[in-house]
Ligand binder design. Structure first.
Ligand code: ADP
Ligand code: MG
Length: 260
């Protein structure tokens, strides 16, 4: 699917600003997401990546800027946000966090159906059938009745992804989905995300897994200190970065032990 086929974007954010007290964290972020597009967001710790995702998900309210989303949702943050707008924004996306945040006392299946059944109010039988199908798809069909602690970290994170999918969002947001995993478990989670990307899900992925980014991304944004320093196709950003800051960051990520 071409991200530049001229169709109406799924979501457009323009000029997002956010401060926490004196800390001006987002300094004018623009981001356009087309249906089926995979955007990878990279950048040093503290550059504002999580705040961008949280703003797209309605968990954080920017001080200025606008978000326009499909279905006629337009939010001008300078003018203030109604609760209805915030919830509408939240409904459009689902987030997968660094730590899966599964409920420890619920089974895998119960964790997955919680949102669509109890929060969205969809029929329980339908939600269960769909949840079982999704678990099957990520290789966890047999583990529906297990508790989270009985699963490996990689399996838990796959349940976290299924829980997001079960909400039927327009947009998936991944915030460093593999960074809390042991190295040998990273691959299985990235594989699931890559498959979802290939199926045409629209997603924003914050990650330091550059080989994944190279393979899966349609578009890469490099953020530093609250601005998008550079963006482009993965081949451009990883193969021939134009900005010194991008080059420095990539060198540091690729050779972390050199201390660059
Ligand atoms: P990243 O995800 O790129 O590491 P974040 O978006 O988490 O960056 O954070 C950017 C900056 O905003 C950091 O300085 C962080 O301490 C600050 N920050 C993030 N969330 C909050 C918050 N809820 N309250 C105060 N400061 C915050
Ligand atoms: Mg973060």
């Amino acid at each position: 699917m071409s991200p530049t086929d001229g169709s109406t974007p799924l979501l457009t954010a323009t000029g997002l600003h956010k401060s926490f007290g004196d800390n001006h964290v987002l300094r004018g972020i623009d981001l356009t997401l087309h249906r089926g597009e995979v955007v990878v967001l990279i950048g040093p710790s503290g550059s504002g990546k999580t705040t961008v995702l949280r703003s797209l998900n309605g968990l954080e309210t920017p001080d200025a800027g606008a978000i326009i989303a499909s279905g006629g949702l337009r939010i001008d943050f300078s003018a203030g946000v109604t609760q209805k707008q915030r919830l509408a924004l939240r409904d459009r996306s689902a987030m997968v966090f660094q730590h899966h945040n599964l409920f420890p006392h619920l089974t895998v299946l119960e964790n997955v159906i919680e949102g669509p059944w109890r929060v969205q109010g969809r029929p329980k039988a339908e939600v269960i059938a769909e949840a079982r199908g999704l678990l099957e798809r990520v290789g966890l069909g047999e583990r529906a009745d297990a508790r989270p602690h009985e699963l490996s970290g990689g399996q838990q994170q796959r349940v976290g992804i299924v829980r997001a999918l079960a909400l039927r969002p327009d947009l998936l947001l991944f915030d460093e989905p593999t960074s809390s995993l042991d190295a040998e478990l990273v691959g299985e989670v990235l594989l699931v995300i890559k498959e979802l990307a290939d199926e045409g899900w629209t997603m924003v992925v914050v990650t330091h897994e550059l080989s994944f980014a190279r393979e899966a991304a349609d578009h890469v944004l490099f953020m530093d200190a609250g601005v998008v320093v550079e963006q482009g196709a993965p081949a451009e950003i990883f193969g021939a970065p134009r900005e010194e800051r991008t080059r420095r960051f990539l060198t540091r990520i690729l050779r972390p032990l050199d201390g660059g």
